[in-house]
Design a protein around this ligand. Structure first.
Ligand code: WT7
Length: 654
């Protein structure tokens, strides 16, 4: 293509506001009939049988939905199944020799597990865990990076009916301890370390720091990821994963029969208060929903090679690296490292060498690719790609179009999927074989999902006006409760918009949004005190308590400010106690304090010292104003503040 053709194309793309799914895609799509929306609506809730039908049930469910104790809904009640049997055993006859997981390490080594291999190792691990004493319904914590032993341990737990609780490996020792204590989890699977940008990183040290803060006894299994690259010594009561598995070579563990409503896993996520919430997901509803959305939205087919570049430590990895793809019997790719190691074309190298058909990634990554330039993808043959997806935060039209053109070669539909840890799977997105795409807008709610955009009073807003997302009907993948905290479950998600007297239950995801004439929803971001950094949810209260924990800090506020690459970044405003000095050293201890308490992802972008925080007359910190200051926005009238002069002070420092 000549330069001028290219420029013309860029100009056309820049103006184009909607895109049709390519005919070549529609022809082969798992879902291509627009009638599906009506079908689901007319046939609700029985429409969800279509999701359940993607699984193998040991005994049929009696009812699709039981709603006599709202908002404690139950799905597929009376049904029995096992998630690991659904992800492994049932594929053995037809697809035992096919690849289940392609794993690529950061240094370039790779491991391939066929369904048979994966089945074998999951059985051995399940036998080992059972021998250690793990019983049905015991919560097993996993604190591991992107290594195959993570999904293996998850599936081994599922096999014996022990819910897992995966803690993102980038989280701190404190975060591990809090989660293990909150879940009363007495078992931990972790590893010695892993590679980051080529360097071995000691993970066991961090694990041990965390374990020191867990009051109850724990049994810890350690995977040896680094071999000779990192010497590690196990404590006397810690067990080596390889030894355990070798001791159980060839073991076969029958998959236990679980009720549809039995817990499959817990996943902790941040909310408004400082305490992370233990989101509970179930076996039947969650797995059906993960499989259904992988089928309908990601268009996953057994013969595909599918890659979601998220980390399994987040819900995206649970639903769309492990459970959804494996339930459908496809090949799922797992990559251990960072996208720019050893060079900025690492992702495209993986797509090229494995012939990846679907790529599901985050806007923050796409913005980085865009900044690095199209030379990197251009070096590779990306023609195997059929579909692209994004998740985690809003994607701006410019990044969407770059992804569409430079990665998808203008022949792949893009699904911009809005959902949450709590929803278990995708909720708002176009169906790639059905809907027109509008860059920037996630799309309409999926078939069977009754999402709206409403004002404070719960009335639907007019097209173009800002409001809040609500979901007015339950769905199979929904969280069932917050672990051991039914009360907080009701108050966090249901109280805002429900009317229990008239039996109207409305789920409130705490996101702002607008909607257009075609019912396309554009997500505007969180409306609670949560910052979305590179698609990861961080609670401002958690950050603030970390900052206040640093010696010399009297008071702190953390807010999200716009950030070119990360979407949002953490800005902290700090008041010091008398006798402590503002300066680089103090900044450094605050940054370290936050990293220690939460993890490097929460690292403050800016630490601003101030003698006071802007407060309302009633003494509440004006967060909105602090956000505007961070974003360099016009502040308008600040005279309603108790202390307006402090604003100039802070602005001067920025
Ligand atoms: C929050 C949920 C869903 C898995 C990853 C994050 C934001 C998510 C989108 C999107 C705009 C999005 C929302 C949501 N979000 N997807 N496509 N467009 N915003 O899961 O950590 O539970 O965070 O991420 O604000 O509430 P999570």
């Amino acid at each position: 293509m000549s330069d001028s053709d290219d420029t013309q194309l860029e100009a056309r793309l820049a103006e184009q506001e909607s895109f049709e799914p390519p005919a070549s895609f529609v022809e082969q799509a798992n879902v291509s009939d627009p009638e599906i929306y009506e079908e689901f609506e007319e046939n609700w809730p029985d429409c969800w049988e279509r999701a359940a039908d993607l699984l193998q049930w040991e005994s049929d469910y009696d009812e699709v939905l039981v709603d006599d104790d709202e908002p404690f809904y139950e799905w597929f009640t009376g049904g029995e199944l096992n998630a690991s049997a659904n992800c492994l055993d049932r594929h053995l006859d037809d697809r035992g020799d096919e690849t289940a997981i392609h794993w690529e390490g950061e240094l370039g080594e790779s491991r391939e597990y066929t369904y048979e291999d994966l089945h074998r190792e999951v059985n051995e691990t399940a036998a080992a865990l059972r021998d250690l004493g793990v019983e049905e319904d015991d919560v097993v914590t996993m604190y591991m990076p992107m290594i195959p032993e993570l999904p293996i341990a998850m599936l081994a737990c599922a096999r014996i009916g022990a819910p897992h609780s995966v803690v993102f490996a980038g989280f701190s020792a404190d975060a591990l301890a809090t989660r293990m204590e909150s879940a009363d989890s007495e078992y931990l699977v972790t590893c010695d370390g892993y590679y980051r940008r080529g360097d071995p990183l000691n993970h066991l040290e961090k694990t041990n720091e965390g374990l020191a803060d867990v009051a109850h006894d724990t049994t810890t299994v350690v995977v040896d990821r680094l071999g000779d690259a990192l010497d590690h010594e196990l404590a006397e009561d810690q067990l080596d994963y390889d030894d355990l598995v070798a001791d159980h070579e060839g073991a076969s563990v029958e998959a236990v029969t679980r009720d549809a409503e039995d817990m499959l896993f817990l996943m902790y996520t941040s909310g408004t208060t400082g305490k992370p919430k233990g989101v509970k997901h179930t076996t039947g509803g969650y797995l059906s929903y993960a499989a259904w959305t992988s089928h309908a939205v990601l268009d996953v087919k057994p013969e595909d090679t599918y890659w979601c570049s998220a980390d399994i430590g987040w819900i995206t990895g649970h639903s769309y690296i492990v459970y959804g793809p494996l339930a459908l019997g496809t090949t799922t790719v797992m990559y251990e490292g960072t996208p720019d190691y050893p060079d900025k074309d690492r992702m495209w190298d993986i797509v090229d060498s494995y012939d990846v058909n679907q790529l599901y990634t985050a806007p923050t990554a796409i913005r980085a690719f865009m900044k690095w330039g199209s030379d990197y993808p251009d070096r590779h043959d990306l023609s195997s790609l059929r579909l692209l997806g994004t998740v985690g935060e809003p994607i701006n039209p410019k990044a969407w179009k770059w992804y569409y053109k430079h990665i998808g070669g203008e022949s792949c539909p893009i699904v911009d999927t809005w959902w949450q840890t709590e929803t278990g799977g995708m909720m708002i997105t176009t169906l790639p074989g059905v809907g027109t795409m509008k860059p920037g807008a996630a799309g309409p709610p999926l078939p069977g999902i009754d999402a709206q955009v409403v004002d404070e009073a719960g009335e639907e807003v007019a097209p173009g006006e800002a409001g809040y997302v609500t979901v007015n009907k339950p769905w199979p993948g929904m969280l069932r409760t917050l672990y051991k905290n039914d009360e907080r479950f009701v108050s966090e998600y249901w109280e805002a918009y429900s009317d229990p007297d008239s039996d109207e239950w409305v789920y409130f995801p705490e996101d702002g949004a607008k909607i257009d004439e075609d019912d396309y929803i554009t997500i505007l971001g969180r409306v609670d005190d949560v910052i979305n950094v590179s698609g990861h949810r961080l609670g401002t209260m958690e950050i603030e308590s970390a900052v206040v924990g640093v010696e010399g800090v009297a008071e702190a506020a953390a807010v999200g400010g716009d950030h070119e690459m990360k979407g949002e970044a953490v800005y902290t405003y700090v008041i010091l106690e008398d006798g402590y000095e503002e300066g680089e050293e103090m900044k450094q201890s605050i940054v370290e304090g936050v990293e220690d308490a939460i993890g490097p992802i929460a690292r403050p972008e800016e630490v601003l010292f101030t003698p006071e925080l802007p407060k309302t007359r009633s003494g509440k910190i004006m967060r909105r104003l602090l956000e505007d200051i961070a974003n360099g926005e016009d502040l308008g009238n600040t005279s309603t503040l108790r202390n307006p002069e402090v604003v100039d002070d802070i602005q001067e420092k920025l």
